[in-house]
Design a protein around this ligand. Sequence first.
Ligand SMILES: [Zn+2]
Length: 76
Amino acid sequence: MKCVICKTGEVKPSSVEAEIKVGCDRLVVPVEAEVCQQCGEAYYSAEVLRRLEWVREEFARKAIVPPAVGKVYQVP
Ligand SMILES: [Zn+2]
């Protein structure tokens, strides 16, 4: 499959870290995706998108509390 963003890159299955934003928080979720070898655009399956949506909702209502791995610093 060719990438629809850059139109030249080849898309291959790969393990990536999807990033979800919830307010000021960011969640990093390791998932399988199809990734463009040229521009790095990631294509997620419907199944993965459902899982990411589930994670977002569960985190937003504090049903899951994953361990923090870093902090976000805002420089004024
Ligand atoms: Zn691409």
